[in-house]
Design a protein around this ligand. Structure first.
Ligand code: ZN
Length: 312
C-alpha cells in the first residue's frame, strides 16, 4: 500500500509574508502568502496527490471514489484540514461557530474546532485567546463600544506551545508567529475586530451579531487553553489532543520509531529535520497520508512530525 504524498495549496492574504518560501522552501505564488493548505479537501482548497497510483487526484475525489483508503468512516466530506500559517502581521480577532450554529446559519457548513502547534514565535510573543468579559451583558458592552483593551485576553506563547480552540473562543495570531493548524474542514470565521485596518481603502467586513451569538462567556481559563509541549518523549507518539473532531500527536524521532497505522487514516506533516519512512526520504515541509490498513510504519532519522486523524 502506498503513502499518499500531498501537494499543498498556498493562499495570499493581507497579513501574509514570504517565509513559506524562504524558510520552508515551497514554490510560493508571490508575496503575502500566509497559509499553506497542506492536507485538505475543502471547496476553497482541494489538495492533490503528488505521485503514484492516485497522482493528480484530489482528496475529495479519493474520499468519494475510494472510501476504503479512509477506513469507510462515512460522512459527506473529508473532515480535516491541516495548514501551516505564517503571520507576517496580526490577524483579525475572530471566533468560529460550532456545527449546530454553522449548519443552521451557514448553508450546512461544518463549524470549526481548531488547534495550533506553535512552530516558531519571536521573543516575548503573545497572541489573543479568550476574553475578560464576565457575562453576556459585559461582552456586548465591550464589543459594541470597542473596549478592546479591556476585552481581549492576550497571553504569552513560545515555540512548542499547543493551543486548543473550541468553537466560541475569541482568538487571533499576532505577527511573527508560525503555527501548524489542525482543524475541521470549514472556513466559517466571524471577524470581531480588525484593528481598524483598511484593505483597498475599505475596512473588511465584521460579523458583530454572529460573534456575540457564538462567543462563550466566560472564556475557558488560560491554563486550560495553552499547553506546553516542548520536546516530547523520543520515538513515540505523544498525544497532544483528543476531541470529537480530531486526535493530534507530536512525534520526535531521534533514531527510529516503529508503529502500526491502526487509525482510519493518519496524516503526517514533517515540521523539522529529515529522515526516511519505510525507506522513502522525507524532510521538513513534506505532508502525507497513511491510508487505512497501511500496517507497519518505520520512521528513521532526526525529525519532528505532527500527526492527526479523526476524533474518537
Ligand atoms: Zn480560527
Amino acid at each position: 500500500m502506498e503513502i499518499l504524498y500531498i501537494n499543498p495549496i498556498f493562499k495570499q492574504v493581507i497579513w501574509g509574508g514570504n517565509k513559506l518560501g524562504t524558510k520552508w522552501g515551497y514554490a510560493i505564488p508571490g508575496d503575502n502568502v500566509g497559509e499553506c493548505w497542506a492536507v485538505g479537501a475543502h471547496p476553497s482548497g482541494d489538495c492533490t496527490v503528488k505521485e503514484g497510483a492516485f497522482a493528480g487526484k484530489t482528496i475529495s475525489q479519493l474520499w468519494t471514489e475510494h472510501p476504503e483508503l479512509f477506513g469507510n468512516i462515512g460522512g459527506d466530506r473529508f473532515p480535516l484540514l491541516v495548514k501551516i500559517i505564517d503571520a507576517n502581521d496580526d490577524l483579525s480577532i475572530q471566533v468560529h461557530p460550532d456545527d449546530a450554529y454553522a449548519g443552521k446559519n451557514e448553508n450546512g457548513s461544518l463549524g470549526k474546532t481548531e488547534c495550533w502547534y506553535i512552530l516558531d514565535a519571536p521573543e516575548g510573543a503573545t497572541l489573543v485567546i479568550g476574553h475578560h468579559a464576565k457575562d453576556k451583558a459585559e461582552l456586548e458592552d465591550m464589543i459594541r463600544n470597542g473596549k478592546w483593551d479591556a476585552f481581549l485576553r492576550e497571553v504569552p506563547v513560545k515555540k512548542g506551545d499547543f493551543i486548543q480552540i473550541d468553537p466560541g473562543t475569541v482568538h487571533a495570531i499576532k505577527g511573527g508567529i508560525e503555527i501548524l493548524e489542525t482543524q475541521q474542514s470549514s472556513d466559517i470565521t466571524y471577524r470581531v475586530y480588525d484593528y481598524g485596518r483598511l484593505q483597498d481603502g475599505k475596512p473588511r467586513a465584521l460579523h458583530i451579531e454572529k460573534s456575540i451569538d457564538v462567543i462563550t462567556v466566560p472564556a475557558k481559563s488560560v491554563e486550560d487553553s495553552v499547553l506546553n509541549v516542548g520536546q516530547g518523549a523520543k520515538n513515540q507518539m505523544n498525544l497532544l489532543m483528543s476531541c470529537s473532531c480530531y486526535r493530534v500527536w507530536k512525534i520526535d524521532v531521534d533514531g527510529q520509531i516503529n508503529l502500526t497505522q491502526e487509525y482510519p487514516f493518519l496524516i503526517m506533516s514533517v515540521i523539522e529535520g529529515e529522515g526516511q519512512i519505510n525507506g522513502q526520504a522525507i524532510k521538513k515541509g513534506d505532508h502525507f497520508m497513511l491510508p487505512n490498513g497501511f500496517g507497519q510504519v518505520n520512521i528513521q532519522g532526526n525529525l519532528q512530525i505532527i500527526a492527526s486523524t479523526v476524533g474518537e
